[in-house]
Design a protein around this ligand. Structure first.
Ligand code: IVH
Length: 687
C-alpha cells in the first residue's frame, strides 16, 4: 500500500492538521517499538501501546488518503504472492571465508595472512579489528530511501535475491522509518533470526493446537521470511541484527566499521551489543573464548564469531578474492546439530527397572564429539517426535548436555517404515512391564529377579560415591551376574580368587587388586552405605541428610514416615520409598548379610561433630517425645557429637523432656539445668 501523502486531496488547514496528528502518532508508536524491540526497554504498558495503535488505525480508516508506507499499521501483510520478485543487488552480497579450525589457529592464521598482505613487519603495531557474533539466521538487505524502508531482499546468489519486503515489514524490530538525519539512500545488511524464547513459545502454542512445529530457530526464521503468505509470516516472531552496509548515497561514510555500527544504532536499527574493538590475534581469541562460554546462555543461536578489519580504508586496500572479502573471516564453533540415521531403538533397563528407549545412531560428529547414542527418554517422547528405526534425524549436542534427537525428518523416511512400539515385556528378563497411567516412565516389574536391574544395582553399589570398589565395572558385573557368581551386593564379599581367575580378561594381579578393593570397602560411612542400597529417590545428598539426622542405621530403620519427614531434604515421596524399601524382607536380608560380611561404618563424620553446637555437651532424656523414641534421640545427639547420660547432675548441660517427665525434670529445674522439648532439641542440632 503506497499512497502518496497528498494524492487526491488538496492541502487545506484541516487536512494539514490531520496529517500532523497522524505523523505525531506514527512517530510516537515507532519510538515505543524501538524502545521495546531494539533497546529491550519498554517505556509504556502494553495497554497504553494498544490504545495508541487503535487510535492510529481509526484515524487512518477515516482518512485513508493520509496513510503512508512507514505507518506502523502497514506492518501486517497484504495478499499472498504468487512468487517473489527478483531484486538485483547493486553492491553484491558476499559471503565470508570460514575458518574451519576449532582451535586458536583460526584467529592466528587470519591475522598472520593480513599482516603479510599489508606488508607489516613484526615490529609494526597490531591490526585493529571489530569482533562480533555470527548470527545463525537468514541474510537480508534493507533499502531505506530518504529514511523510509522501501525494500527488503534475500541474498539469493549474491547478485540477485528475492523481494521479501512484505514479510520483513512485519518484524517489529526493523524500523519502517529511520531516526534522525537519514541519508538519501542507505542499504543495510544483517541477519533475520528467531530468538530461542520466541521459538519455544511458538512451538508450544503450535503443539497445543496440534499443529506442525518448527525444527529449529534458523529454519523458523528462513521459512518465515520466504513465506508467500504474509499473514503466516506475520504470526512468526522474528528479530533482526544489522552487521554491515550495502549501497549508500548522500552519507559521509565513517572511518571505521565500529563507527558505522554506532551510526546504524543511532538510526534506530538493532545492533547486537556483543561486539568489541580489539587488536591482533590475541584480542580476537579472547573474544572467541569469551563468547564460547556465553554461547549457550545467549537468547539466540550463533554458529561462531566474525572478525573484521575496523578501518574502512584498510578494508578497501585489502579488497576481495572472488566472492569473499580479505578483511573478514568467520571463526566457527563446532556445529551443535547434525543429521544422521537411527539404526536401532534399544530399551535400557535401569537400576529401579525404569525402561529408557535409546536410539543407536550412525556415528556422527557433532558439538565436538562423535555421537553414537541419544536418549529418547520415554514412549511419549518417541510418539511426540515420531522417531522410527531407519529415520533420518537431527541430533543436537549443545555444550556438555547429553545428545538428544531434536526431530526426525519424515520426508526422508523409507516407505512402509513401521512406528516404534514399546515392548510389553522386559527385553531382559521377560517380566511384565508396568506403566502407571499418570507416569511417563514404564518399568520392568521383575525387581532383582531381572538381571539388568541386578547388574545396575551392583554397579551402583560399587560406584565411587557408594562403596567405591575400584575395578568392579561394567564388564565384570556383566560376567559375575551372567555366570551366577553374584546375585546381591552381599555376594561380592564372598568372591574368591579362584572364582575371579575363571573370568575373561582377569589377570592374577587384577584379581588380587579387586579382592583388596572389596576388602577395603567394608570400612565405609553410614551415608555411603545408605546411598549404596539404591533406594529409589534416595540420592547422595538425601543419604547424607539421613545419616546425619539418624546417626545410626538402626535409628533410620526404626523411623516411620512421619519421623522421616523431619529430615531436611525428605518429602513424602522419599519417605514412602524408604518405608517401602525397608519393609521388603528381601532387602533386610541383604542388609543383614552385608553386615555379617563385615561391612561397617563408624559414627557419622567427625567433621560434623566438631562443628556441631552440641559437641561434647551432656544430655539426659526423659518422658515420651512426640516424634521419636528416646533411642532415636540418643542416636541423633551422639551423631552430632553429644553425650547421653542416664542421670541428672551438675555436669548435665541439657535435659530433653517429653510428656510425663517425672522426677528428672524436677531435679533439672532445681539444679538450673536447661530444659528442652523435642523441637528445641532439633533446632539446637540444626544450628
Ligand atoms: S559480514 C562482506 N557479519 O554469515 C561480509 N555476516 O557468509 C559479509 N552472518 O550469510 C558478511 N553474522 O548473513 C557478517 N556479524 C556478521 C554475520 C554475518 C552472520 C552471515 C551472513 C552470511 C554469512 C557470511
Amino acid at each position: 500500500m503506497t499512497v502518496p501523502a497528498n494524492s487526491a486531496t488538496a492541502a487545506t488547514p484541516a487536512t494539514d492538521a490531520i496529517a500532523g496528528q497522524l505523523a505525531a502518532l506514527r512517530s510516537e508508536i515507532a519510538r515505543h517499538d524501538h524502545a521495546y524491540y531494539v533497546l529491550d526497554q519498554p517505556r509504556i504498558p502494553d495497554a497504553e501501546y494498544d490504545r495508541l495503535f487503535r487510535e492510529l488505525q481509526a484515524l487512518e480508516a477515516a482518512h485513508p488518503e493520509h496513510i503512508t508506507p512507514d505507518s506502523p499499521t502497514r506492518r501486517v501483510g497484504g495478499q499472498p504472492l504468487p512468487q517473489f520478485e527478483p531484486v538485483r543487488h547493486v553492491v553484491p552480497m558476499l559471503s565470508i571465508r570460514t575458518e574451519t579450525d576449532t582451535e586458536a589457529s583460526g584467529a592466528r592464521s587470519f591475522d598472520a595472512r593480513l599482516r603479510k598482505e599489508l606488508g607489516l613487519a613484526e615490529s609494526d603495531p597490531a591490526i585493529e579489528y571489530v569482533a562480533e557474533l555470527k548470527f545463525d539466521g537468514l541474510a537480508i538487505n534493507l533499502r531505506y530511501e530518504q529514511g523510509v524502508l522501501v525494500q527488503a531482499a534475500t541474498r539469493g546468489d549474491g547478485s540477485t535475491g528475492e523481494d521479501v519486503t512484505q514479510n520483513i515489514r512485519t518484524i517489529r524490530g526493523i524500523p519502517l522509518r529511520l531516526q534522525g538525519n537519514a541519508p538519501a539512500l542507505l542499504e543495510v545488511r544483517g541477519e533475520v533470526y528467531m530468538s530461542r524464547p520466541d521459538f519455544e513459545r511458538y512451538n508450544n502454542r503450535q503443539r497445543a493446537l496440534g499443529r506442525v512445529t518448527l525444527v529449529n530457530p534458523r529454519n523458523g526464521a528462513a521459512g518465515s521470511v520466504r513465506q508467500l503468505d504474509p499473514k503466516i509470516a506475520a504470526q512468526r516472531p522474528l528479530s533482526f541484527f544489522v552487521y554491515g552496509l550495502g549501497q549508500t548515497a548522500g552519507w559521509p561514510l565513517p572511518a571505521t566499521h565500529a563507527a558505522v555500527l554506532d551510526a546504524l544504532a543511532d538510526f534506530g536499527l538493532p545492533v547486537c551489543g556483543h561486539r568489541v574493538v580489539t587488536h591482533g590475534a590475541e584480542g580476537l581469541l579472547n573474544f572467541h573464548e569469551h563468547i564460547r562460554a556465553l554461547r549457550n546462555s545467549l537468547p539466540f543461536d550463533i554458529d561462531g564469531v566474525v572478525y573484521k578489519v575496523n578501518s574502512l580504508a584498510l578494508q578497501q586496500q585489502l579488497g576481495f578474492i572472488t566472492r569473499e572479502p580479505r578483511w573478514a573471516v568467520a571463526h566457527k564453533y563446532p556445529a551443535e546439530e547434525a543429521l544422521t540415521t537411527v539404526e536401532a531403538i534399544d530399551i535400557q533397563v535401569g537400576r529401579t527397572g525404569a525402561l529408557t528407549p535409546v536410539a543407536r545412531l550412525q556415528p556422527v560428529f557433532v558439538g565436538g564429539v562423535t555421537v553414537t547414542n541419544a536418549t529418547l527418554h520415554n514412549e511419549d517422547e518417541i510418539r511426540r517426535k515420531d522417531v522410527r528405526v531407519g529415520d533420518t534425524v537431527i541430533v543436537r549436542r549443545a555444550g556438555d548436555v547429553i545428545p538428544e534427537i531434536v526431530a526426525s525428518l519424515p520426508e526422508r523416511r523409507p516407505l512402509l517404515t513401521p512406528e516404534f512400539i514399546m515392548p510389553t515385556h522386559c527385553p531382559v528378563c521377560g517380566s511384565a512391564i508396568e506403566k502407571p497411567a499418570d507416569e511417563a516412565v514404564a518399568r520392568c516389574s521383575g525387581g532383582l529377579y531381572c538381571p539388568a536391574q541386578r547388574k545396575r544395582a551392583l554397579l551402583h553399589f560399587a560406584s565411587r560415591l557408594a562403596l567405591d570398589i575400584e575395578g568392579l565395572g561394567d564388564k565384570l558385573v556383566e560376567q559375575l551376574v551372567d555366570q551366577n557368581l553374584v546375585r546381591t551386593p552381599a555376594d561380592i564379599y564372598r568372591l574368591t580368587s579362584a572364582q575371579l581367575a575363571g573370568l575373561e580378561r582377569m589377570a592374577e594381579k587384577s584379581a588380587g587388586n579387586l579382592l583388596a578393593a572389596i576388602a577395603q570397602s567394608r570400612q565405609t560411612t553410614l551415608a555411603r552405605f545408605v546411598y549404596a542400597l539404591g533406594i529409589r529417590n534416595v540420592g547422595e545428598t538425601t543419604a547424607k541428610a539421613l545419616a546425619r539426622y539418624f546417626g545410626t542405621f538402626e535409628a533410620l530403620l526404626a523411623a516411620d514416615e512421619e519421623t522421616l519427614f523431619k529430615v531436611p531434604d525428605v518429602g513424602p515421596i522419599v519417605a514412602a520409598s524408604l518405608v517401602h524399601f525397608f519393609s521388603e524382607p528381601h532387602n533386610l536380608e541383604v542388609i543383614a548379610q552385608l553386615q555379617a560380611a563385615g561391612v561397617h561404618w563408624s559414627q557419622e563424620p567427625a567433621a560434623a561433630q566438631v562443628e556441631s553446637a552440641i559437641a561434647g555437651k551432656t544430655f539426659v532424656l526423659t518422658g515420651t517425645l512426640p516424634n521419636m523414641t528416646r533411642e532415636q534421640a540418643r542416636a541423633l545427639i551422639e551423631a552430632h557429637g553429644g553425650k547421653v547420660s542416664g542421670s541428672i547432675s551438675r555436669k548435665t548441660d541439657f535435659l530433653v523432656a517429653g510428656d510425663e517427665a517425672g522426677s528428672k525434670l524436677d531435679k533439672a529445674q532445681a539444679l538450673g539445668v536447661a530444659v528442652l522439648d523435642e523441637s528445641q532439641l532439633m533446632e539446637l542440632l540444626q544450628s
